[in-house]
Write a protein that binds this ligand. Structure first.
Ligand code: GLA
Length: 697
């Protein structure tokens, strides 16, 4: 069978060809002119090599001469371990394709389909059906060819309170793997794997990215083999025996995103943001300014104190109040009560209505914290049902934050969590839940079988069911901060908690790189206490406010401890956020390639390029007295812009006798002058930010 598929959309071309029965992705990259059928893809036969050029294609099989990592790994009781799939069908349009691949001998069939959207984002789906006796699947990858223009990889690593540290490395021969085995994506999860040309920066250059839409265990790979062929891929990590397909059964791999931009890392980020914003499930209403109670009261649920917080919140313009951990069961600290989702009479003797009605009466929404997948051994739930946890052979896994994991694949445990959560949501006027996941899955067995995949799917089912039962409910995905931020859960949630670390200096980096994938309106960012509860660092309110502006903003601190002038400063910042959130949450993200590492210069430009907000941040001191000029990208070259300092988030700290005149007087200059000539940079104190607005005249 000979056939081709040529997908072209959003400035991206993908060319697929069936060669000797194999499905071969010949090209994935920027759109090119001409006919792909005319482009030669054949290469030399090297010495000490197969006598003829082999075309292993998407399935990367030994049987077709592939000596690198395969796409499928599995067997049928020791047999059918080596496959040779043949394409039996390939249908395509300029935006979609569907291919059927059959191995009659191994009795396996794969349906691979793809859709390329107007933002250049390709989504692939792969479905494996077993047509023979029981088949054990070890893993099923997605692999795409990576242009040899890509010479570097970029991904992100981290831990609790320090998520999303970039790692940029040269691609060399071998396989670079980023994998998770926590049963959740994790703090160390990269969210996606990126490949770059050597000079690619924020503004320009080739950039390819992939991401797997899955919240369980995931692996990403970039591979370059001895032939110089390189590829990028991802797969769900399956536990041994996790997928054994009976005759006629299928394994549906999580969806795989792949996108390309020739406009650097910002181009890559903005393509994905546009794709995600176009989803039906993307939150439509303005992102409410939030007060989260966690670092304000921790477990001290004193009604009187909380009412005082609510009073102040209402006065300064807060729109949503979230009561965090500690409202239920015996949960007076983090050692007990988890699993008993019943309002505690000890702390809320009149029920939660006392506070929900109070918050709503003041014109704000009410949100509540849950951690439904977990249980404390010291809880009624665990005392009554010790057998409801994920475990193997009755072993109790080591505790983590005094928690064990409930087996949501157990219908009774699932029903318990669903019903107790749902009852609370029906009893009280709660329009928002923050859903936490504070430990890893270890020895995650369900009835003796591996349970990570089932647990992940059960959680998706649970969220879908809660949203269906409680229309309008919004969910925040939290996992000790940013340990469950991924493209699998994104369709079921409305906010991610970026990190438990509210320290603005560290948040600058975490937000910068979380936004490489996730649009800012989905990333929770709070003004926390001072000094910061995680780092103990003292930072000015103005710096913390400027930092928390770029995301779904909120507060997380004891408002009763603040002076009148601090509250006035917060009110001014909240008004700024409300006035600017349409721009901040819909615009194009711009991160300038500022020439030194001590500064960030970034912002958001609205779709019409008529207005923009930028932040110039001094992270640490520099050697020279004057920093490089401030240059702004993403504007209309010929339009004239009024440049003005935004002071509503507070006063910036300077380190000079006088500032450049434009800070006080403003400036008027063209988009190209702003980009090419730039503005003299003021000398900022370390740990300070200057907010700048640009408006077309
Ligand atoms: C996790 C979350 C915090 C908070 C606590 C409550 O650490 O990340 O924001 O909700 O749990 O126990």
């Amino acid at each position: 069978m000979s056939a081709t598929a040529h997908l072209s959309n959003g400035g991206v071309d993908i060319f697929i060809e069936v060669v000797d029965g194999a499905l071969v992705f010949r090209y994935w990259g920027p759109k090119v002119s001409g006919d792909f059928a005319e482009i030669p893809f054949g290469r030399s036969v090297a010495h000490s090599d197969f006598d003829q050029v082999q075309n292993p294609g998407f399935m990367r099989e030994h049987s077709r001469g592939w000596l690198g990592y395969p796409t499928i790994s599995g067997h049928r009781n020791g047999k059918d371990w080596s496959t040779k799939f043949q394409v039996t069908k390939l249908d395509s349009t300029s935006h979609n394709f569907v291919a059927t691949l059959l191995d009659e001998v191994a009795q396996l069939e794969i349906k691979l389909s793809g859709a390329l959207d107007s933002f250049g984002v390709l989504k692939l789906r792969s479905n494996l059906t077993n047509k023979g006796a029981d088949y054990t699947l070890n893993e099923l990858f997605y692999w795409l060819p990576l242009s040899d223009k890509a010479t570097e990889t970029l991904d992100f690593a981290g831990r609790w309170s320090n998520e999303r540290n970039p790692q940029r490395k040269e691609i060399s021969i071998g396989r670079w793997v980023r994998d998770s085995h926590e049963g959740r994506t994790g703090h160390n999860y990269t969210i996606g794997q990126i490949a770059l040309s050597p000079n690619t920066n924020f503004a320009s250059g080739d950039a390819w990215a992939v991401s797997l839409a899955w919240s369980g265990d995931v692996q990403y790979c970039v591979e370059k083999n001895y032939e110089g062929v390189q590829s990028i891929g991802a797969a769900e990590v399956l536990l041994p025996g996790e997928v054994i397909l009976k005759t006629g059964e299928s394994y549906e791999a999580p969806e795989f995103f792949a996108w390309y931009s020739n406009a650097g890392l910002d181009g890559l980020a903005n393509s994905l943001h546009s794709h995600l914003r176009a989803r039906e499930t993307h939150p439509k209403k303005p992102r409410p300014l939030t007060l989260n109670m966690w670092e304000a009261v921790y477990f001290d649920h004193n009604e009187e104190k909380i009412r005082q917080l609510v009073d102040i919140a209402a006065e300064i313009g807060v729109e949503r109040v979230v009561l965090d951990d500690g409202w239920f069961g015996s949960r007076r600290d983090d050692r007990r009560g988890l699993g008993d989702w019943v309002v505690s009479k000890e702390v809320w003797p009149q029920g939660l209505g006392a506070i929900t009605d109070y918050v709503i009466g003041k014109g704000m929404e009410f949100g509540l914290w849950f951690e439904g997948e977990m249980v404390n051994p010291d809880s009624d739930l665990y005392r009554n049902h010790p057998d409801w946890i994920l475990n193997v052979a009755g072993r109790v896994p080591p505790a983590w934050r005094h928690e064990l994991v409930l087996d949501l694949n157990n219908p009774a445990a699932y029903a318990h969590v669903l019903q107790q959560t749902s009852d609370i949501l029906s009893t009280y006027k709660i329009s928002y839940i923050k859903w936490d996941h504070n430990r890893v899955l270890i020895d995650a067995g369900t009835s003796g079988f591996p349970g990570v995949q089932k647990q992940t799917k059960a959680l998706y089912r649970l969220f879908a069911e809660l949203k269906q039962r409680h229309p309008g409910l919004e969910i925040e995905s939290c996992a000790s901060g940013g340990a469950r931020i991924d493209l699998g859960i994104i369709d079921l949630v409305d906010r991610f908690w970026t990190s438990d670390n509210n320290d603005a200096l560290e948040r600058q980096r975490m937000q910068r790189w979380s936004m490489q994938f996730i649009p800012p309106e989905l990333l929770g960012t709070h003004i926390g206490s001072n000094p910061g509860h995680q780092t103990g660092r003292d930072l000015s309110l103005a710096f913390r406010a400027a930092t928390a502006l770029f995301g779904h903003a909120g507060l997380e601190r004891d408002l009763t401890a603040l002076s009148k002038s601090e509250l006035a400063a917060l009110k001014s910042w909240i008004t700024l956020y409300k006035n600017q959130r349409a721009l901040l949450h819909n615009g194009t993200m711009v991160r300038m390639d500022y020439p030194d590492q001590n500064h960030y210069l970034y912002g958001v430009v609205d779709k019409d390029k008529k207005a923009a907000i930028f932040s110039y941040v001094q992270l640490s001191p520099i050697v020279a007295s004057h920093a490089p000029k401030l240059r702004f990208r993403g504007l209309k070259a010929n339009a004239t812009y009024k440049v003005k300092v935004i002071s509503e988030a507070g006063e910036t700290g300077f380190m000079a006798i006088s500032n450049p005149g434009w800070l006080a007087e403003g400036a008027k200059l063209s988009g190209d002058a702003l980009q090419e000539v730039g503005l003299p940079a003021p000398i900022l104190r370390p740990e300070n930010a200057l907010l700048i607005s640009l408006t077309e005249i």
